[in-house]
Design a protein around this ligand. Structure first.
Ligand code: FES
Length: 131
């Protein structure tokens, strides 16, 4: 794939002031805790929602297994309006969710949610307690 460099001008490329040099897109994710405190952070495409939480010191995500879908301490509730876009858990994740506290229909393990541009604006709630 050709990468446009410097002053190279090609038909069809829009000249603009901004962000041709961004290699990955920043995507916003909002975490709201059980007390109602919301934190909106930037997530990197390709990382997971759990990694995003840890990187930004979002409380309420323990992630004891480091993202191996083996602990259920990264449990979140996906906002209802986002659940269809995020999608359902895999069978393995569903089995692991049995070990999470207070599971709801929109529960997911945040280490299993990959950040994509389609998730820009994603809202999740962290439970009152984890494993
Ligand atoms: Fe352990 Fe997600 S970090 S299941």
């Amino acid at each position: 794939m050709a990468v446009a460099g410097g002053a190279r001008a090609e038909a069809g490329f829009r000249r603009g002031p901004s962000d041709d040099r961004k290699s990955s897109r920043m995507i916003k994710v909002t975490f709201t805790d059980s007390q109602g405190t919301a934190r909106t952070v930037e997530a990197q495409e390709g990382s997971t929602v759990m990694e995003t939480a840890l990187r930004n010191s979002v409380p309420g995500i323990d992630a004891e297994c480091g993202g191996a879908c083996a602990c259920a301490t990264c449990h979140v509730y996906v906002a209802p309006e986002w659940f269809e876009i995020v999608g359902k858990p895999s069978q393995i994740e569903e089995d692991m969710l049995d070990f999470a506290f207070e599971v709801r229909p929109t529960s997911r393990l945040s280490c299993q949610i990959k950040v994509t541009p389609a998730l820009d604006g994603l809202a999740v709630m962290t439970p009152g307690k984890q494993g």
